[in-house]
Ligand binder design. Sequence first.
Ligand SMILES: *[C@@H]1O[C@H](CO)[C@@H](O)[C@H](O)[C@H]1NC(C)=O
Ligand SMILES: *[C@@H]1O[C@H](CO)[C@@H](O)[C@H](O)[C@H]1NC(C)=O
Ligand SMILES: *[C@@H]1O[C@H](CO)[C@@H](O)[C@H](O)[C@H]1NC(C)=O
Ligand SMILES: *[C@@H]1O[C@H](CO)[C@@H](O)[C@H](O)[C@H]1NC(C)=O
Ligand SMILES: *[C@@H]1O[C@H](CO)[C@@H](O)[C@H](O)[C@H]1NC(C)=O
Ligand SMILES: *[C@@H]1O[C@H](CO)[C@@H](O)[C@H](O)[C@H]1NC(C)=O
Ligand SMILES: *[C@@H]1O[C@H](CO)[C@@H](O)[C@H](O)[C@H]1NC(C)=O
Ligand SMILES: *[C@@H]1O[C@H](CO)[C@@H](O)[C@H](O)[C@H]1NC(C)=O
Length: 216
Amino acid sequence: MAPATVTNLVITVLLIAVAASAQTPPTTSYANHTVGGPAGWFFNSTTNHSATNYSSWAAKQIFNLGDFLIFNTNTNQTVIQTYNETTYQSCTMDDASNNDTFQYSGGSQNFSESLTVEVPLTIEGPNYYYSGASDGVQCQQGMAFEIHVGHGLGLPPSLNQPPPPPYIEPPGPDTAQSPPITVGGAQPPGNGDLRIGVSWVGSLCTLLSLLLCVFP
Ligand SMILES: *[C@@H]1O[C@H](CO)[C@@H](O)[C@H](O)[C@H]1NC(C)=O
Ligand SMILES: *[C@@H]1O[C@H](CO)[C@@H](O)[C@H](O)[C@H]1NC(C)=O
Ligand SMILES: *[C@@H]1O[C@H](CO)[C@@H](O)[C@H](O)[C@H]1NC(C)=O
Ligand SMILES: *[C@@H]1O[C@H](CO)[C@@H](O)[C@H](O)[C@H]1NC(C)=O
Ligand SMILES: *[C@@H]1O[C@H](CO)[C@@H](O)[C@H](O)[C@H]1NC(C)=O
Ligand SMILES: *[C@@H]1O[C@H](CO)[C@@H](O)[C@H](O)[C@H]1NC(C)=O
Ligand SMILES: *[C@@H]1O[C@H](CO)[C@@H](O)[C@H](O)[C@H]1NC(C)=O
Ligand SMILES: *[C@@H]1O[C@H](CO)[C@@H](O)[C@H](O)[C@H]1NC(C)=O
């Protein structure tokens, strides 16, 4: 092969490689974000303020579907997630509807026990987080932040399920007993992709059987 041909070949290969790399979507993977970094999710009662500035922490991160927020905290704190800005601004979940606001809580009812709350990001757009401790005073004093969730890779299969149906207590002999009271849900709603997929398959089946009737 003449040297000029070899050079052309090398240039062509390089051009193809460059073109291919330009078309490759940016490589992203699911990430876990430790809220507040080393400071964790805490209120400092000495300074009467959050342990760190959570808004400026959030501003330095990129959040996508399927990522997790990891709240390293203790049982004195709560984590409330809402998609409703009004609820967020109010620092309370008293008037919140339980379809857009969720309280994550650990199993322990005791104060000061260490607690890790893992919150999956399942809905794109604005997501708001705040603490319900001290009747909203801590939220007003910095225990609150807003994030914007992008699409990224989309939801992984582990999170892309419709939520399980709510537990309904079977009627027993003692029907006068009132059902357990739950404030908000522990589980954010899954997205509806699966159900949309099923109904799409359903329509296709209907279409096929219609065709079979018309053209047996
Ligand atoms: C992120 O946290 C979730 C929930 O604890 C865990 O299942 C997953 O393995 C973690 N992913 C990474 C990359 O650390
Ligand atoms: C609270 O803030 C004060 C003053 O910045 C600091 O000395 C103290 O260590 C903090 N307490 C906690 C529990 O972080
Ligand atoms: C903390 O700050 C809030 C709002 O300024 C105030 O109402 C509250 O009394 C303060 N608490 C303490 C212990 O200083
Ligand atoms: C936290 O940081 C944001 C900027 O990221 C700033 O606007 C805000 O005033 C800060 N809050 C406090 C209480 O310092
Ligand atoms: C947000 O929550 C408030 C109550 O805190 C409610 O009045 C309002 O309708 C909700 N907004 C949306 C868009 O659901
Ligand atoms: C949540 O419930 C309110 C009524 O309480 C309704 O107006 C709203 O559309 C619901 N939002 C979603 C996302 O289902
Ligand atoms: C709360 O603390 C008490 C006393 O230390 C202990 O007996 C109990 O098991 C704790 N409860 C939980 C749910 O951890
Ligand atoms: C947690 O709350 C209890 C009760 O208000 C208080 O005695 C304790 O000092 C708090 N612990 C921390 C680590 O903030």
